[in-house]
Design a protein. Structure first.
Lengths: 163, 320
């Protein structure tokens, strides 16, 4: 039992809870669910703390758990249809749930789940691409390509309204 | 309305409910409780019946009150230092560039295909020589720029490293000479020698990212160095003046600089004449960056075309 690591994780989780909550909220869009997600993620992280191999990776390791918990809850509520990566790539998401707004924040929440995650981690959480790759379990180039596509999608959504 | 900054602000305004802290603490306690139990099972010290009984007890009492005590006790033993360490660790991890953050807000969403962030930042002191280094890294997301990112970053990192090393050597030689000629350590410390390596983002658009990496020593300007990087975000590669101004850029730039020198002379600025070794036309690899209005700005090192007191001299060249 590595007590130091366990306590360090605990300290980190408590100190950064507000950030976790915001990210969770941005997916589930209501307070109760967001609280559940954070609580479950914290619990899960501590139960599996030994899976954290390098302590420098603590942040990305936990965000991976947090994002997974968020998606799991959405899946449970069936608000979110989890799709294969290939399918997502082919669906112009903006047509599906697009409500006509120039508000970037709202647009981001309408992107395909993985694109959402990448954009949120980059712009809201200011992670590096490498960190995002760790969180999403993708390789760096995939993350780059997806981020690029996500931003293009956003641009498309916003211009659509302008016209 | 359309900026990423706006979206981020909205994100950060998501209100934090009061219960959050308690819920996080509950989770910590739940995990702790499970861990304690699993630990005992592993050690074979507890009979099944006892565990079941404990579980019942727990569901009857308020879980967090019971376990909170043990967690807190452990916390007090060594947790505070760990908490502090963790906090520091994660603050420094997020060292993004302020200039960028401000600039990014004004960009359209598609704009930030590249960004500059502080790759590493450190400060050291040795023999009263203060060294502060901020190494930038460029991050790009457009896949077709492959290679540029790695190449530029390697150049930048190498430059920062080399400059810091060489500047320290120079300072150490200076120190030795100072002590050898009768100076004391106290007097040396009063020199307050500082070496700085840092960077600045000059401008960023969807087409180009312009930054300058600078190395300087406060006791001599002779070794000041500036490296300009103008990244072409559309085609990949470093932008040249020709890319910006077209084929006849040398003639155009020279004419414009001569015109501006004349104008500035009238306002009292001193430039060396051609005989004194003043401006005599740019070389093809002259330093430049793109400013916020997208115009190239040509930069001359101190002493090169004007007296050192003028410092570095800049000329903005309007695009056609």
């Amino acid at each position: 039992m590595n007590t130091d690591l366990y306590e360090e994780i605990t300290a980190y989780l408590i100190a950064n809870q507000n950030q976790f909550y915001r990210l969770a909220y941005s997916y589930v869009q209501n307070q109760e669910d967001a609280l559940d997600v954070v609580q479950n993620a914290v619990c899960r992280a501590l139960e599996h703390y030994e899976e954290l191999k390098k302590r420098e990776a603590m942040r990305t390791w936990f965000y991976r758990i947090l994002v997974n918990e968020s998606f799991q809850l959405l899946r449970k509520r069936k608000q979110f249809l989890w799709q294969d990566e290939e399918e997502i790539a082919q669906i112009p998401y903006e047509e599906k749930a697009f409500e006509g707004t120039t508000d970037v924040y709202t647009c981001i929440n309408q992107l395909a789940p993985e694109l959402q995650t990448i954009i949120k981690l980059r712009f809201y959480e200011e992670m590096t691409l490498r960190e995002i790759a760790q969180v999403t379990g993708r390789n760096l180039n995939t993350v780059k390509a997806k981020l690029y596509r996500g931003l293009k999608c956003l641009k498309g959504m916003i211009q659509e309204v302008d016209r | 309305m359309k900026s990423m900054e706006e979206a981020k602000r909205r994100y950060e305004e998501i209100p934090i409910p009061e219960e959050l802290n308690q819920r996080v603490l509950d989770a910590v306690q739940m995990a702790e409780a499970k861990r304690v139990k699993q630990g005992r099972i592993a050690q074979g010290q507890v009979e099944q019946g006892q565990i079941a009984q404990e579980q019942m007890e727990q569901s009857q009492t308020k879980p967090h009150q019971k376990i909170y005590g043990s967690w807190r006790a452990r916390w007090a033993r060594g947790g505070l230092a760990a908490a502090a360490a963790a906090a520091v660790l994660f603050v420094t991890g997020l060292n993004t560039n302020v200039a960028f953050a401000e600039g990014a807000g004004r960009l359209p969403v598609i704009g930030p295909v590249a960004r500059v962030l502080t790759f590493r930042s450190y400060q050291t002191e040795m023999d009263a020589v203060h060294i502060s280094v901020e190494v930038p890294s460029v991050e790009m997301i457009a896949a077709d720029l492959k290679g540029l990112e790695a190449e530029v970053n390697e150049q930048i990192h190498q430059f920062c490293q080399d400059y810091a090393d060489e500047a320290r050597e120079r300072a150490m030689e200076y120190r030795q000479a100072f002590l050898d000629t009768g100076g004391t350590e106290e007097e040396w410390a009063a020199h307050n020698i500082q070496i700085q390596v840092w960077y600045e983002v000059k401008s960023q658009t969807a087409d180009c990212l312009s930054l300058v990496v600078t190395g300087s020593e406060n006791w001599t300007s002779a070794y000041q160095e500036f490296r300009y990087y103008n990244l072409d975000l559309q085609k990949g590669g470093l932008m040249t003046l020709e890319d910006v101004l077209g084929k006849d850029f040398v003639t155009r730039v020279n004419a414009e600089i001569e015109r501006q020198i004349e104008e500035r002379r009238k306002e009292g600025e001193i430039f060396w004449t051609a005989e004194e070794g003043g401006f005599s036309g740019i070389s093809e690899d002259v330093s430049f960056y793109l400013n916020e209005s997208g115009n190239p700005v040509i930069v001359f090192d101190a002493y090169s075309i004007a007296p050192g007191s003028a410092g570095r001299v800049e000329f903005e060249i309007p695009r056609a």
